[in-house]
Write a protein that binds this ligand. Structure first.
Ligand code: ADP
Ligand code: ASP
Ligand code: MG
Length: 415
């Protein structure tokens, strides 16, 4: 008998009917002899609705209170799911993050899990109960409810699987696995039956929201066997078929597998660009600009600095769109008085498109093929950043879908 963790996303929990299907599926796994922990998200649309209410009251909601509000979506879900499991004839009990407890740091709205106490939950598992635990939330050192950032239920599930040494963590969602790119943007995107952990990490960090990045980090750190699969199939389908379906994250490169150079294309519209023109080109300037930004807890992504001209240079970087106002304020009040730049501008009509593939390690020419494809479509590249297994470009927002489709075709990723 092994312990299995199931995670169900918003669409999978989207109606009473779907919650009943989740209960049927979980019951099937439990009756096959597994101990089960189930981690649901809020019903689809609910977290947006809750955050929208807060925004109606104030533009700058206090993050602690925002968490207090947002976390309720998952509390409703666990209660409903526990009832549905009981209606299936199972013994089931639900927990909120603080009741487990799942302890986090104090970074409200983007808290990190620090520890998970097994004691209470284990006793219920040992008594034969299905344990349902809220995704997306934990409890801060001050005892306040803290949420893990959008998409955080993935992270809850994988972290719980790690803490309980689960045999597998199954992430049930509204697509039947990880695709070469978002199947909602490219209709002939292809499902990958396996993806290496490194590739999944890049895809997630570059915007493929099928898994939250921190869930992939947890999976890698604790080598959690993790699979992404559909919750929209017949809940009573053969368990062995189901257990083989979807996309498995792998931790070793399989030398027998023929490796595609590019495995996927990720994109996001979550960033904004800040350009500081006419910065004195001397040692310490990058630090003078980015030091205060980091001190304000704003993450910086792509950075470029141009060649010097007349002793000055232009410096650009991207931040999350939600943090643009905060970053600009820091630049105006803390950085500009020190560096006296000629001009500070920003642009939030940008998108980042990335090609990802482990095969890039041993292949040259990926960058030139990417740039040629974009050039053929008349798309101007504003910024470039690369790592061993990815190349990202920042382009105008309005060309994003065109770029993704053209690159998907150029790299032969279609099914
Ligand atoms: P859940 O509510 O189950 O957590 P999400 O909406 O967070 O679901 O994530 C699933 C969605 O991720 C899919 O509906 C799909 O549109 C999107 N997605 C983005 N990139 C990919 C990809 N490469 N493969 C599969 N789905 C992707
Ligand atoms: N309900 C949360 C959100 O919408 C967490 C999740 O779905 O993973 O972001
Ligand atoms: Mg999600």
């Amino acid at each position: 008998m092994s312990l299995i963790v199931h995670k169900y996303g918003g669409t999978s929990m989207g109606s009473v009917e779907r919650i009943r299907n989740v209960a049927k599926r979980v019951a099937k796994w439990q009756r096959a002899g597994h101990q089960m922990i189930v981690v649901p998200s809020a019903m689809s649309g609910e977290t947006n609705r809750l955050l929208g209410l807060a925004k109606e009251i104030t533009d700058r909601p206090n993050p602690r209170e925002l968490d207090q509000i947002a976390a309720t979506g998952e509390q409703v879900s666990v209660g409903l799911l526990a009832l549905a499991l009981q209606a299936e004839g199972l013994d089931a009990i639900s927990f909120c993050g603080w009741q487990v407890p799942i302890k986090t740091d104090a970074a409200h709205t983007k808290a990190r899990i620090e520890s998970i106490d097994r004691t209470a939950v284990q006793a219920h598992l040992d008594a034969g109960r299905v344990v349902v635990i809220t995704g997306f939330q934990g409890v801060s050192p001050e005892g306040a409810v803290a949420t893990l950032g959008r998409g955080g239920s993935d992270t809850s599930a994988v972290a719980i699987a790690a803490a309980f040494d689960a045999a597998e963590c199954l992430i049930y969602t509204d697509v039947d696995g990880v695709y070469t790119t978002d199947p909602r943007v490219v209709a002939d995107a292809r499902r990958l039956s396996r993806i290496t952990f490194e590739e999944m990490l890049e895809m997630a960090s570059l915007g493929s929201k099928v898994l939250q990045i921190r869930s992939v980090e947890f999976a890698g750190k604790y080598k959690v066997k993790t699979r992404v699969l559909s919750s929209l199939t017949d809940p009573l389908m053969d368990l062995n078929d189901e257990a083989q379906s979807g996309t498995l994250i792998t931790y070793e490169e399989d030398p027998s597998m023929e490796q595609a150079v590019i495995s996927g294309i990720a994109f996001n519209r979550d960033e904004a660009k800040i350009t500081i023109a006419g910065v004195p080109d001397k040692p310490g300037v990058a630090y003078k600009i980015l030091g205060p930004v980091a001190a304000a807890n704003v993450d910086v992504d792509v950075i470029i600095q141009n060649a010097s001209h007349d002793g000055t240079t232009d410096f650009s970087f991207t931040v999350h769109r939600n943090e643009l106002a905060k970053a600009l304020e820091v630049i105006q009040t803390k950085v500009q008085p020190e560096i006296h730049a000629r001009e500070i501008t920003s642009d939030n009509q940008i998108a980042k498109v990335s090609v990802v593939g482990i095969g890039m390690k041993s292949h040259v020419g990926v960058a030139s093929q990417m740039f040629q494809t974009l050039a053929d479509e008349g798309i101007n590249i504003q910024m470039i950043s690369t790592s061993e297994i990815k190349i990202s470009v920042v382009i105008a927002d309005k060309y994003m879908e065109l770029a993704v489709r053209a690159l998907h075709k150029a790299f032969g990723l279609e099914s």
